[in-house]
Design a protein around this ligand. Sequence first.
Ligand SMILES: [Zn+2]
Length: 303
Amino acid sequence: MKRVAVFSLGWSLAGPPDKQAQEKAQVATLLREIGREKLYNPEKNWYPVDVDVRSRAFEILIKAAQESDLVRLIRIERVYSSEELQAAPLLEWRLTNQAIEDDYYTLHFYKEELPKGISFYTRDCEVCRAPLEQVRDLWVDTRLMGKRDLSLTYSFEIILSARLAQTLQEAGFTGFTLRPVWDYRKPYQGEPKLYQLVVTNILPPMASPPTEFEQAQRCDVCGTESRFLKHTHFWGRIQYYEETDIYYARQVLEQATDFNITSERFGMLSASHPLVIISQRVHQWLKANGIKGWDTRPAYLVE
Ligand SMILES: [Zn+2]
């Protein structure tokens, strides 16, 4: 795993001209010191810069960030090699587009042709708004899928093309069912073009420690608990964002299927959702079949 720091270098255009000229010169000097002088452009007042945490450039920029407001450490990203990803029995599966918006947005924001008297697709807690149960199929604008095979909705539902839904079933993968997704203009008519991937196998709780969480919330009315993976860190006095890793006890492999969800829910209570964990077999299959629109990171196993 490589850690890549994302810095922002720049100055405010609200300052007096002589101060701005001085800050511009300081930024140009820093870019030169880290070997990125080619990024310099007299028209620009800010520069996003990625550097390896183990590099000399990182040392220069983190020192500058401690001393000056011209340099900010935005976040550190964890980048996994394909060997690391291929060695992991279980991986977190993250979809990378939200082409299909959402049942709620589609039905309530596109006012023309609005069906009368339909309810939300989930039954939600009246106090915290956490979704408790899905009560009908999703209705969306299926045109937005285009030729994609995969999309997430704003409510973190996984949408599959009919082609992908069929091939996943034929491949014999375990731990999921499919639910039709209807076009909101003509629901429940004909063959569905899209399907919702409903992951049914729930993993036991993560091993924590070493998994670290923050911002835990609990609703006393419905009992829903939600949290975030720890992502707030400090480098000296500088606060930055870095998602930390997920760990399971090795025995989790006895309960894991090809598709799994975490028993933990993440995000704000009203938008809380589990993470999706896939087997190495699914990972290989998605790659071999050229399926686009996702990435993964390892879920680590501990004794
Ligand atoms: Zn609640």
